[in-house]
Design a protein around this ligand. Sequence first.
Ligand code: S3P
Length: 169
Amino acid sequence: MKSIVLIGMMGSGKSTCARQLSKTLGRELVDTDAQIVARAGKAIADVFAQDGEQAFRDWETAICCELSGRDDLVIATGGGLILRQENVQMLRKSGVLVFLNRSPELTFKTTSMDGRPLAQSGKAQFLETYAVRLPFYRAAAALEICDFSSVPKTVTEMLRKLKNMEGIL
Ligand code: S3P
C-alpha cells in the first residue's frame, strides 16, 4: 500500500497525527526532521545555523529519494520540504500526500516555535510564510484536512477520506 505523507506548516500537527496514524494502522513511522537530526548528529536549529538552509534542504531531498523506494509507511515531513518540486515528485511515487491545513493564527498562538529557525521573526512573518506556501501545499496534496478539533478527530477524518482512495488502506 502507498505511504501516507503528512505535509503542512510548522506546528500544524504533522508529527503528532503521524504518530497516532502509525499506531492505528500498525505502520512504520518516518519523521524527516528526526532523520536529519539523527544523520547530522545535531539539532535542526544547529544545522541551519552552522551549515545553512540549503544544506538542510539537501538532507531533505536525499531522504525523499530513499523514501520514494519504500511504501506502507506513515511519513511526517518538515514544513518546507514540499518547496522543492523534485521532493514532491519523489514522495508521490510511493505515497499519497495529505495537507494538514490548520489555521496559522491558531498555530502561532498555541504551538511552541522553539527549535524552529524559520518561525523566529514573529506572527506577521509566520502568516506571510503560510500565504506564500499555501499554493505549494495545495498543489502537492491529494487531500486537504481542515478539522483540528482534536488529534483523534483529525486522524479519523483523514482515515475516512483515505478509505475512498485506491491503494492506500
Ligand atoms: C521548516 C519546518 C520544520 C523543520 C525546519 C524547516 C520549514 O519542521 O523542517 O525547521 O521550512 O517550515 P516542522 O514543520 O515539523 O516544524
